[in-house]
Design a binder for this molecule. Structure first.
Ligand code: FES
Length: 147
């Protein structure tokens, strides 16, 4: 059996939504404590509907990080912020038909980057949020969130 699914290879070789967003409403940057890789996620938010209308990402991460982030951007684009916050790294890995166990930690980068971008959006707009997000300082091991 191949180590990586066709979907992982596709998203790694043709990542969706790569780039920078100059007029982003929220930017999240997170680092993966296990490997030192970093990820930056940009979101554009429709203020009236609290919907994520556009997403971009940049990463100094491995192939699995690129593939999971690419898939994560597709999964949250057009969704409400509330739904985006529910996105788990497991759900992203499942949507990619799985990741090797030793690469699951790479998918955490995508989930945390989404959460950090939303937190930044909330901070910029003075929107209150719960403790779970408040603890999220971009280092997944310290946020207490279950992965
Ligand atoms: Fe660092 Fe995959 S090895 S994100």
């Amino acid at each position: 059996m191949a180590l990586y699914s066709e979907k992982v290879m596709d998203h790694f070789q043709n990542p969706r939504n790569v780039g920078k967003m100059d007029d982003a409403d929220g930017v999240g940057e997170v680092g993966n404590a296990k490997c030192g890789d970093i990820m930056r996620m940009y979101i554009k938010v429709d203020q009236d509907t609290q919907t994520i209308t556009d997403v971009k990402f940049n990463t100094f991460g491995c192939g699995s990080a690129i593939a999971t982030s690419s898939m994560a951007t597709e999964m949250i684009k057009g969704k409400s912020i509330e739904e985006a916050l529910k996105l788990s790294n497991k759900a992203v890995a499942e949507a990619l038909d799985g990741l090797p166990a030793h690469k699951m930690h790479c998918s955490v980068l995508a989930e945390e980057a989404v959460r950090a971008a939303v937190k930044d959006y909330y901070d910029r707009n003075g929107i209150e949020y719960g403790d779970e997000l408040r603890q999220c300082d971009g280092h997944c091991e310290s946020c207490g969130h279950e992965h």
